[in-house]
Design a binder for this molecule. Sequence first.
Ligand SMILES: CC(C)(COP(=O)(O)OP(=O)(O)OC[C@H]1O[C@@H](n2cnc3c(N)ncnc32)[C@H](O)[C@@H]1OP(=O)(O)O)[C@@H](O)C(=O)NCCC(=O)NCCS
Length: 169
Amino acid sequence: MLHCYRKDPAFVSEPDFVMELDGELIGQVIYVRSEIDCDDGRKVPIMTFGPIGIAQKYKRQGYGKHLLDYSMEKAKEMGVGALAITGNILFYGKSGFVPAKTKGIRYADDPEADYFLIKELMPDFLGGISGTYKDPEGYFVCEKYPDAFEKYEATFPKKEKLKLPGQLF
Ligand SMILES: CC(C)(COP(=O)(O)OP(=O)(O)OC[C@H]1O[C@@H](n2cnc3c(N)ncnc32)[C@H](O)[C@@H]1OP(=O)(O)O)[C@@H](O)C(=O)NCCC(=O)NCCS
């Protein structure tokens, strides 16, 4: 997915990071542009990120939060007003995310979703705004091009698909 997503027109390179520990790749995060479709017809540009991942043996040691907070600082420096993400409040809440519906922003596919989260990077950026949000199209690249995805995956040593502890979804 990342292989394609980094070529997506919505991809933003500045906050896109991998995390290394003594030369070993242990984490990554990716950002893309997205927007809020406001109820008054405006479109407010924001960003979203993810996937974010930390290698299994380094989970729950603070690396994920460090990577997220560091990358969000870069997004803030770029003047981004808010970040939206579907995810688990237990992790993202530690970095200041709140359920987006409490700020008047609904997830288009599931308007009451508690797992659709938002964080203002600029104070009161969402003040006076209400609207909906859709996942960026590029996020669904694997579903859109299943054959190409399978073909690319096949170039790597085979791995069994597992659900591991720490996987938020
Ligand atoms: C989610 C993920 C990025 C978090 O990174 P991490 O380095 O393990 O998390 P951190 O150690 O920085 O966690 C910071 C705090 O967030 C909370 N937290 C993190 N993962 C959690 C989990 N699975 N369940 C509950 N709380 C969690 C905890 O409060 C944690 O602090 P604590 O360990 O002192 O209790 C990582 O576990 C991961 O790669 N998961 C698989 C991929 C995934 O689900 N990504 C998110 C969806 S795109």
